[in-house]
Design a protein around this ligand. Sequence first.
Ligand code: C2E
Ligand code: MG
Ligand code: MG
Ligand code: MG
Length: 278
Amino acid sequence: NAKRQGRNITRCYDASMHESTERHMMLESELYKALSKKQFTLHYQPRINAIDKKIVGAEALIRWHHPIIGDVSPVEFIPVLEEIGLIHEVGAWVMEVACQQLKIWNDKGYTDFVMSVNLSAVQFRDTRLAQEIDEVIKRIGINPQRLEVELTETAIMEDVGQTQATLAVLKKIGLRISVDDFGTGYSSLAYLRSFPLDTLKIDRTFVTELPGNSEDRSLTSAIIAMARSLKLHIVAEGVENEAQAAFLLEKHCDEFQGFLYSRPINQKAFTALLTQSA
Ligand code: C2E
Ligand code: MG
Ligand code: MG
Ligand code: MG
């Protein structure tokens, strides 16, 4: 019986491995066509001032809708884009669309509105990145202080020498720099202090069980206290209920992002939300 069970497990394992390889290959070949077939869109999730609950900005988040496969999460397809080298092209598309949208909202009178754009570790290591962003913001005519790039903690701690150099160039352009998913990687405080950072985003895994979980209460309090000493702007990700928001406000978190306020939504819905919030 045990033997049969073992064999069955082995077979299931093989079958699921085969399935995942097949899906991976299918995603790969479909991703080559996705940009030209206009299957990507951007959604925007509001960033909310913790005190007055007004919208202060948005994070641009890519969406992929394939006519047959349906919606695929960026968590699944961004690594594939990195692997096949398409992240540069798709990343440039994201930057272009996000900056055009930022220009529209800034021109509409939301002059302080900030747009944040995620950069993958592979994009961050591309020596042409800074110059490309500089070209886009000059051509579109946006204030670089209204554009924030989000880099994961893991990405910035990978090769600190190169991080130092790249961040200096991005800062010279005038961009804001944010550390995303903070707490999930291994930061060196010495480096964190030496980088020209503006914002720290607390990963949502620390927020989910607030305020009930005492360990997460201590951790988020410690992260916020540390970020404040480093003079960083603090954003909490994944705020889903009022109790989490109340706890984070009491600890002096500056901004919230999460389903409590809004899911990521399309440009049209976001514009409606902005008008309503003003
Ligand atoms: P991220 O940058 O940490 O983005 C936040 C993710 O948390 C988004 O998932 C968002 O929908 C989700 N989220 C926001 N509020 C809540 C909440 O209250 N509860 C829960 N459960 N989730 C919430 P999404 O859009 O699926 O993106 C996942 C990740 O994919 C992003 O994590 C980012 O790392 C990556 N990504 C998304 N768009 C881009 C892009 O344009 N370029 C690059 N390089 N990466 C991207
Ligand atoms: Mg992000
Ligand atoms: Mg994040
Ligand atoms: Mg995250």
